[in-house]
Design a protein around this ligand. Sequence first.
Ligand SMILES: Cc1cc2nc3c(=O)[nH]c(=O)nc-3n(C[C@H](O)[C@H](O)[C@H](O)COP(=O)(O)OP(=O)(O)OC[C@H]3O[C@@H](n4cnc5c(N)ncnc54)[C@H](O)[C@@H]3O)c2cc1C
Length: 393
Amino acid sequence: MCAAIYAARNGAQVTIIEKNSCLGKKLSMTGNGRCNMTNLDMREDCYNPSAEGRMKEWLSTYGVEDVISFFKSMGVVVKSEDGYIYPISGQAMSVVNALENEIKRLGISVNFGEQVKGVKCLEDGRVKLTTNKSEYETDSLILAMGALSGPKSTMSTGDGYYICKNIGMSIKETHPALVGFKVAEGEIMPSAGVRATAEISFVLGNEVLTSEYGELQLSPDGISGIPVMQASREVIRFVEEKKPVFAVIDFFPDYDESDFKALKADMLRLKDERSLEEFLQGFANSGITDMVLGRMKLGRKMKMKNISVSMAECILDTYRNVKIAIDSCYGYQASQVTTGGISLGDIGSDFSCKTAPGVYCIGELLDVDGRCGGYNLQFAWTSGSIAGCAASL
Ligand SMILES: Cc1cc2nc3c(=O)[nH]c(=O)nc-3n(C[C@H](O)[C@H](O)[C@H](O)COP(=O)(O)OP(=O)(O)OC[C@H]3O[C@@H](n4cnc5c(N)ncnc54)[C@H](O)[C@@H]3O)c2cc1C
């Protein structure tokens, strides 16, 4: 939509071919229905290492302020929540509607329910496009088919990969990312959903793959929440290769060692007639306490006076080091972005395909994935605007 608008504003005659029955289905679901459009803290290192070098240039061509102005030009006022940019309406649909109205205003045709099947570069420099309904010839073609992430209704079925492969582009192996993980069978977890602020590290052998801080969501069979989703981009490859990856959780991330020592000393004053359950009732969320005691195989009715000081300290210390074996992720449909995709080596600085003159590739179809927080949509706007302008020259 963004590419089409920029191309049409530059005077090109544009047609959008959309296999869904509406425009912007995924966009309408973003940011829990609020659409986190971009982020004021925009840095190239918020993207995958293979894209970082290219993102620096692309973001300097079309960055956060350009996105905000673009939407302002269509009447969408934005607000910042700690740097996370949302439409002030709080509704992702207002972003979708603004784009759709601009598309109508510019006279861009939209063919709904039509699926692109193949692309061929012709000798005269034009591009031939085959769909399930028709064939077209055009001066320029922008492929913006997304990737594999999101619910079925978004039509994210990875069509772009085989189409691009057939015109000589290479595809880097894909994985779901910004996704939660299922824990290994037998892991003791809370019996119902629990949210808690924590630091979570993912480890493989002695190596810490990555650490994140924030609100975790623990369920009987898995872990999710923003910190897990952020970490998933760096961990997923090892999980999918079935390597023994563990999550190590610290439920007292805001305490340094001496603060926690003082907290333990305070707690130990309560080592009397009371039960272990009573002792821990105000120390942490009860679901987390159930998980900790279950893992340590301790009965909640044990009397504190019968528990040694070192054992009581060990129980409290466990809240800082809960180690959970990871089994798998929740899959593409539960993920927000796909890692991997069309190799950036095949893409020019204006998103043109080096192997297919006249064809451009943008958005999530490419091997670019960003952190959670508006970074993936920023890349969609950046690549869409640059390619839209280039294709209309
Ligand atoms: C639940 C969820 C929440 C998210 N929240 C955020 C957020 O708040 N902020 C953020 O930055 N990112 C978010 N993302 C990620 C972001 O939505 C995507 O990175 C972005 O939408 C990618 O844009 P795109 O245009 O490349 O692809 P898409 O948005 O996937 O659009 C691709 C379009 O191509 C169409 N299509 C596919 N194949 C064909 C074909 N063969 N022929 C014709 N049409 C075809 C599809 O129907 C679709 O309309 C979220 C993702 C999900 C799933």
